[in-house]
Design a protein around this ligand. Structure first.
Ligand code: SF4
Ligand code: SF4
Length: 128
């Protein structure tokens, strides 16, 4: 594993399902309707007794590359009031993942994301 590879660690045990990460990402990257950089999935277990909200980054997530290169956090991390999202080197996130439970560690794919309608490469940009 590359030492400088970055990722997101999401502790969904404490995710409230507020979807602020979804909205912030969509607004920042100006996604067309129906496109998401991260999607919060609701999982109902035990016949409705247990709810889990699991935020899942999609193929469109580029870890807010430009914002991060300017010293900012990814917008999803910045807007998560529950502070359950962490951005950083995967090596460090793996260590953090070993503590606690219900965590998802995610890294973006190397190949470019494709527009689901046209099939062409989809470039995502941050706003000025
Ligand atoms: S890191 Fe950036 S692009 Fe990826 S899900 Fe979060 S806000 Fe969206
Ligand atoms: S902003 Fe945080 S608490 Fe809200 S849905 Fe996203 S990860 Fe969960």
């Amino acid at each position: 594993m590359s030492k400088d590879k970055d990722g997101l660690l999401i502790n969904y045990d404490y995710c409230t399902g507020c979807r602020a990460c979804e909205a912030a990402c969509r607004q920042e990257h100006d996604f067309a309707p129906g496109l998401y950089g991260i999607k919060v999935v609701e999982i109902v277990l035990n016949r409705g007794q247990t709810y889990n909200f699991v935020p899942i980054p999609t193929d469109l997530c580029n870890l807010c590359r430009e914002l991060v290169s300017q010293g900012n956090k990814p917008v999803c991390v910045h807007h998560c009031m529950a502070q359950v999202m962490r951005y950083g080197p995967v090596d460090e996130l793996v260590q953090e993942m070993l503590n606690g439970r219900k965590k998802v560690l995610w890294t973006p794919q190397a190949k470019p994301a494709l527009d689901p309608i046209t099939g062409r490469s989809l470039k995502i940009t941050e706003k000025e």
